[in-house]
Design a protein around this ligand. Sequence first.
Ligand SMILES: Cc1cc2nc3c(=O)[nH]c(=O)nc-3n(C[C@H](O)[C@H](O)[C@H](O)COP(=O)(O)OP(=O)(O)OC[C@H]3O[C@@H](n4cnc5c(N)ncnc54)[C@H](O)[C@@H]3O)c2cc1C
Ligand SMILES: NC(=O)C1=CN([C@@H]2O[C@H](COP(=O)(O)OP(=O)(O)OC[C@H]3O[C@@H](n4cnc5c(N)ncnc54)[C@H](OP(=O)(O)O)[C@@H]3O)[C@@H](O)[C@H]2O)C=CC1
Ligand code: HEM
Ligand SMILES: [Fe+3]
Length: 470
Amino acid sequence: MEKISTDAFPLTMHFSEKQETICIFGTGDFGRSLGLKMLQCGYSIVFGSRTPRMSSLLPNGAEVMSYSDAAQKSDIIIIAIHREHYDFLTELTEVLNGKILVDISNNLKINQYPESNAEYLAQLVPGTHVVKAFNTISAWALQSGALDASRQVLICGNDSKAKQRVMDVVRSLGLTPLDKGSLVAANEIENYPLQLFPMWKFPFYLSAVLCVFFFFYCVIREVIYPYVHEKRDRTFRLPISIPNHVFPIVALILLALVYLPGVIAAILQLYRGTKYRRFPDWLDHWMLCRKQLGLIALGFAFLHVLYTLVIPIRYYVRWTLNNRTVTQAITKKENPFSTTTSWLSDSYVALGMLGFFLFVLLGITSLPSVSNTVNWREFRFVQSKLGYLTLILCTAHTLVYGGKRFLNPSNLVWYLPSAYVIALIIPCTVLVIKFILILPCIDKTLMRIRQGWERNPKYSESALNGKTDI
Ligand SMILES: Cc1cc2nc3c(=O)[nH]c(=O)nc-3n(C[C@H](O)[C@H](O)[C@H](O)COP(=O)(O)OP(=O)(O)OC[C@H]3O[C@@H](n4cnc5c(N)ncnc54)[C@H](O)[C@@H]3O)c2cc1C
Ligand SMILES: NC(=O)C1=CN([C@@H]2O[C@H](COP(=O)(O)OP(=O)(O)OC[C@H]3O[C@@H](n4cnc5c(N)ncnc54)[C@H](OP(=O)(O)O)[C@@H]3O)[C@@H](O)[C@H]2O)C=CC1
Ligand code: HEM
Ligand SMILES: [Fe+3]
């Protein structure tokens, strides 16, 4: 029974044509959910089960029979069974011959078995056309219809006709099939749902390491040092003062790390004289998680702003100010107004506010609902040009905050400079290199390379040979 491709026909067509029967092996959670969804979309469903009796859990309108009887009813059989129980399928080799077996299984761990479940199924029941599909969709999402996050069904298989038929079924369920090639891709498809926020891992660990490092660095300078030298208890700095050093520093470093891979990529392209060689894997990966790095940086900048807002209501700050005024009154010494200090202080706060505004703007444009309304050039303009402006403003905010104290030897504690001095190393390096890269002579060469020009065409041969080293 050949099914008409749903690409060309509306879904309602199914009801007028003869219903196609699909067989589902296994009456577990996923088998039942998929069966219900298929019934709703106009298919006839036959379940194969070890205990073939109709239960209230099974969707109305479906039939249940033994595995071998059910297999004879359809040439598409969805195997909704865990891989560990596939063995019994060998007994059905004869009935299954020439049929399309859809493997939907997942494992508990990445690379749990030497071969993918789909390849294992193909070895177990030779003479069938195994197609991998549906494993990236959850039973819960199928039932509740909350499929917005992932309507995509990754598909692979060696027989293109079989794959096409499964893709038609996927489309008629209102899902989007994505052809990933031959059955070799099954391993990748099976690992896909097991990954937990893959692009967030590196930025998350990096920010955790930076937080811990700068926290202890500040504790040494601001809590341990005063205690050792002056026996003064400065532990009250732990809840607000020190986090308000750590958070902005981490935000600034992460923001610089968003733009560092871009300049490294440009230097590599200039050095190689071609754009036709792959970047090393670490650089590729770094480029791909810039969005996540940027959003985490924005989170830390937000915390910094909140922590800064509470400065005036802190007891320690009010006490210091009152005490200074009283001391001045008693000693009858006036603290003269300094225009320079006033300028520096207002300037660094203004730079911080402008930097934060652009930072938030970058965050807003990365929301899908916003980025979908701008074209590719506009998005690049905001992300790249305004991104650099944000980095310049935030770096300037920190430099001006340092002001006259910056690099002053009296600020060294046990030879350690202030934390923000260390924080400025990466942002300043990125900005200096970027400045050099946009000098007209270098920019022109880079532009030519990006348009396909090659200084030394032998590089492209090694790219074709698959070399990926620098
Ligand atoms: C709050 C926040 C949110 C963010 N959200 C997103 C987001 O939603 N999506 C996102 O992608 N990023 C996001 N980012 C990350 C970042 O803003 C972007 O990746 C930005 O485009 C990086 O700019 P760039 O100039 O460094 O890199 P790019 O413009 O990507 O250029 C980097 C390098 O790629 C190479 N290159 C560029 N164009 C070409 C070409 N035509 N041919 C060959 N090589 C080329 C060059 O070597 C270049 O130097 C976000 C950052 C922040 C701070
Ligand atoms: N649940 C989900 O959200 C998703 C599940 N999957 C995959 O779908 C497959 C089924 O998952 P799920 O429905 O949750 O699992 P269940 O454990 O709920 O169901 C498995 C079914 O397999 C059948 N089965 C056949 N032989 C055996 C056996 N020897 N021992 C136990 N059961 C057997 C049983 O049906 P019967 O009693 O009728 O014979 C049973 O109901 C798995 O491979 C899973 O990785 C994929 C994506 C999402
Ligand atoms: C509304 C916006 C902002 C305001 C009002 C603001 C204000 C301040 C203030 C008052 C300080 C001094 C804190 C102190 O004395 O302990 C400071 C320090 C700092 N700010 Fe901001 N800031 C803003 C945004 C930003 C942003 C977006 C960044 C960068 C990502 C940033 C990075 C820093 C850094 C690195 C320091 C030095 C931290 C240290 O004390 O070691 N700020 N800011
Ligand atoms: Fe990553």
